[in-house]
Structures are given as C-alpha cells and as structure tokens.
Ligand binder design. Sequence first.
Ligand SMILES: [Zn+2]
Length: 392
Amino acid sequence: MAASLLPVVANSVEAGDPLLAYGARIVGDDARTRIVIDFDREPRFSVHYIANPERIVVDLPATAFGFPAKDLAARGLFKDIRYGKMDEESARIVLTTTGPVKLALAKVQADEAGKGHRLVLDAEMIDKRAFAELVKTQSWSDRTEAAQTTSAIPAPEKAAPGDFVIAVDAGHGGIDTGAIGVDTKTEEKQVTLAFAKALTDRLNKEPGIKAFLTREDDEFLSLSQRVLIARQNHAGLFISLHADTLKQKDIRGATVYTISDKASDKLAADLAERENLSDQIAGKETVAEPPEVADILLDLTRRETQAFSISLAESVLNSFKDQVGTINNPHRHAGFRVLQAPDVPSILLEIGFLSNAEDEKLLLDEAWRGKIVGLLTDAVKRYRAAVMANGG
Ligand SMILES: [Zn+2]
C-alpha cells in the first residue's frame, strides 16, 4: 500500500476521505420512529425541515453509504428514505414523512465498543402548527447548530403554569367506526366524540383545569398516536371514552378500566383484545413498541402512575354511585394499548353498551350525556384534590 511509504500519519484516515456509514436500523411505529446509522468516525451533521410535502433533511460531510438499502427501508413515520452524495464535500439524507414530525432527538454517540459513532434520529409525530413553526424558525446558515437540535424545537402548546391538563380521548374514528348500535345503527365513534366534546367543554369551565381532545373530528388516530398526543401536551390525566358492544346483549351499564398485564376477567380480556385491533382495522402494521428505556426508574414511574389511575377509576365509580348504572364489578383491568403511557394516569370508560337497546337510548340522550359529564367532572375534581392533599 502506498501509504506505508509516507511519513507516519497520526490518523490513518485522512480528513478528505469520505465517512463510511456501514450500518443502519429503523424501528418504531406511526407515532414514533427511530433511525440509527453507524459511522466509522464521528459525523458532523445538521437537520432541517421542509414543508409540502413534509420532509426532514440531514446534511452530512462526504459519506459512503455502505449498508444494504433494505436496512433503511421506509416504515413508521417515514414513507420514503433517500440518501447519497450532494457534492465532493457533502452528502444528504432525505426523510419524507407521513405527516408533520419533529426529531425529538438527533445526536451522535460513541458506540459501546468504542470503534465508531452512531447517529440517532428519533422522530415524533407533531401537529401541523408546530411543524409550520419548526420550518419557519430554523436556520439554514449554521451547520453545527443543528447538532444539538433538541433545543431548537418549540414546545407543544402549553396550558398556563399550574393548570391541571386532561387529555380527553374519543375512542375510534375515521375508518375505525367502533361498535354499531343495535337499534339505531349509531356508530360508536360518533357517540364517543359527542361525549368527549361535552366533557372537554365542561372540564374547561373549571378554574385551573385545561382539557383538550386527542381528536376533534371524525379522523383515525392509532392507539400510540393517542398516547403520544397526551404526553406531548403534558397531560396529567388521560380519559378514553367508549361505548362498545358485547355478545351478551342483556349486559348494560358503565365500566371503568385501568391497565394491567393480566386481565381481571374474560370480559375485560376480550374487550381489550378488540380495542387493540383498532390499528389493524385501519391497515396499520402492528409493530413492536418503539424502544423504551427499560430501567428501574421507569418501572417506578409506571407503578406510581398505575396507583393514580386506580384512584381516578375509583373516584369515577364513587361519582356514579346511585346515579348511573354500572355492570357487576365495574372496575376491571386488562392490557389496553391506549392506556400504556408510563407517566400519565389513564382510564378507559365504557359509558354503556351499544349492544343493549336501553343503554343505546341513553347514549344518544343529550340530557343523560350532560349528567355523565357533570359526574365525571366531579370525579376529576375529587381526584385532583386528593392528589394535591398528598403533595402530588
Ligand atoms: Zn370502543
């Protein structure tokens, strides 16, 4: 090799040599997707956002892309991924996304073996307004500034400091109609949206409470998108509203569900299984959860959150007592994916069953809706008072 005849060079790789990207991985779903690219040396990079259609552009120094294309095949939030040479000194990765996104994380870390460096890009779905803000406020001039890109991202719209923020989730929507009423053929997605809107309006009349809807229209949201929206808006509570059907048409009344690995009973297990099918109904691939840091702190958070969820469920059932019919053992639990936020106390409320004709009548009755919404608001207020009394 010619290089051996030359005087000793400290680093065998000359500055002008292109970086080698020798490995790539992509994991995640339509709410969060992570890309990891392995480099032989530390890459300097910058990130930019482009609208119409929404894209993320990652600029790199000259890079040879040596991994198989299939290792970085588009999935999750990305519908097209391209990369290659721009000129002698630069290369670019263009990530075309399924909608507005931001990189919640974009950083280079040394790999465990200390041999190379990996570029980690964590994309998260955001709303249109936040994406427009990203496009508007970014700078194209400074190549290094974006290396610490997280600080440049505007925070989601926040409630006033000290407000108790509540995510109200209308179950189903769009292509996923949910259950269908026995008599009137009313779709569950309409019933849940009407209740969710009424509950949000009612909660927002309370000083110090700021409620918002995960969906405001008849649109499809995947289960993980619902969870992410709650977390992005710093929700302190998540309430998912449903009115499903059961094979046993005589069963009627409300049920409150909290999450657990093991279902409390067969009815709860069946219901959770059907609810978790929502993503498949819309043709979403069911994929493994995006990487969560599995550590003791997260476990503690989960356990604490679960205790809060249970306390909210009990508060709701206390409010309903002698006011609203409930099924036997009205607090049940199962592995509902929509209740999986590790840090947001969450419940799923089956207001009633569209498979029962009497329940169906009530579910469509505006006065009854007002009553339920009032009782839920009382429950939330009592829950909040209890949490604050305990220094939470
Ligand atoms: Zn449902």
